[in-house]
Design a protein around this ligand. Structure first.
Ligand SMILES: NC(=O)c1ccc[n+]([C@@H]2O[C@H](COP(=O)([O-])OP(=O)(O)OC[C@H]3O[C@@H](n4cnc5c(N)ncnc54)[C@H](OP(=O)(O)O)[C@@H]3O)[C@@H](O)[C@H]2O)c1
Length: 294
């Protein structure tokens, strides 16, 4: 099977390549906006394409002729999306519609931001109510994905972090580096969710595809906690002084995009249909430490 991975240089994209390699009958082709691939050793071909250029995207898809597309590309700066809704709509929604309209089965990676965070953690059938431009575009991308092919999948996730060449600094890294330098940090106590390792999400996506699943799935780490508790767990793991972690509430941050506060995702359907359960935070931290030590 030939799988086109868009956003292959991003955090999830790189983890899809690392976890996809060596699978039986799988050829991975990458597409990214950068001139070169971050991990060329895992790809049979790499195509530098700006997804916002519809003609170039469709031409690349026709040339590659994939059996499946995994869209790991997105604009994930939710405050930036609020300030520039046109770009958000183009990349986070329209591009997905163009890919889906080819009729090639698509995996679209979506988010807990489709919910309002009043009564999380959420299951797949819970009512959606996005609060931000980012959340609305991702929700609309879900419908476009599922219209394109009966074999398509929407995988909602949240609070992704992990290892990737040149990837943005994760929340764990920010806390770890600040505490190591004995700098205090202010962390919100009112945002709840599931820290999720990008490596584990990638494994779940491959498992869903190999099990020929379709429709909407949630894939999130096992632990449901506040950002503050996440920071405290990082301090405990590395033996740092947790009194440097001060509390804040989301309203203090005056961010452009409204956040779903009591959010989080339940992944029981994923477990039922694939046997896969994504690790909790302690096991994620251990994994990262071991990977870095290799
Ligand atoms: N990160 C999270 O906490 C989180 C939570 C819920 C859902 N998700 C979803 O998970 C998926 C993967 O996220 P991630 O954390 O891996 O994001 P990421 O590291 O920012 O990767 C996204 C990739 O998309 C690329 N991209 C953006 N605009 C593009 C364009 N016009 N043409 C081609 N490529 C473009 C980016 O390239 P540049 O970096 O060069 O712009 C980047 O390589 C996304 O669908 C995201 O919405 C993420």
């Amino acid at each position: 099977m030939k799988v086109l991975i868009t956003g292959c240089n991003g955090l999830l994209g790189q983890n899809l390549l690392r976890t996809g390699t060596g699978r039986k009958d799988l050829e991975m082709v990458g597409l990214g906006i950068e001139p070169e691939s971050a991990l060329p050793e895992f790809l049979s071909q790499y195509h530098p394409v700006d997804l916002g250029n519809r003609e170039a995207l469709i031409e690349a898809i026709q040339k590659i002729a994939p059996d499946f597309i995994i869209n790991a590309a997105a604009i994930t700066d939710v405050d930036g999306c609020e300030r520039n809704p046109e770009l958000n709509d183009r990349i986070n929604r329209d591009v997905v519609g163009w890919m889906a309209a080819t009729g090639i089965p698509l995996v679209q990676v979506s988010t807990d931001y489709v919910f309002d965070g009043v009564s999380g953690p959420y299951s797949e059938n819970d009512p959606v109510h996005p609060l931000s431009h980012y959340g609305r575009a991702k929700l609309e991308s879900e419908a476009l994905t599922l219209q394109g092919s009966p074999h398509s999948l929407v995988v909602r996730t949240l609070l992704l972090w992990g290892l990737g060449k040149g990837a943005k600094k994760s929340f764990t890294d920010f806390v770890q580096e600040s505490l190591a330098a004995e700098k205090s940090v202010r962390i919100v106590t009112d945002q709840w969710g599931n820290p999720t390792l990008a490596y584990d999400l990638a494994l779940a996506i491959w498992a869903l595809m190999e099990n020929k699943r379709s429709g909407i799935y949630h894939a999130a780490g096992e632990d449901w906690m506040s950002r503050f508790d996440w920071a405290v767990a990082v301090a405990a793991f590395y033996g740092f002084n947790a009194s440097l972690i001060q509390t804040a509430v989301t309203a203090d941050l005056k961010q452009d995009a409204e956040r779903p506060l009591k959010s989080g995702l339940r992944s029981d359907k994923l477990l039922r249909d694939t046997g896969i359960k994504l690790r909790g935070l302690q096991a994620q931290l251990e994994w990262l430490r071991d990977e870095r030590a290799r």
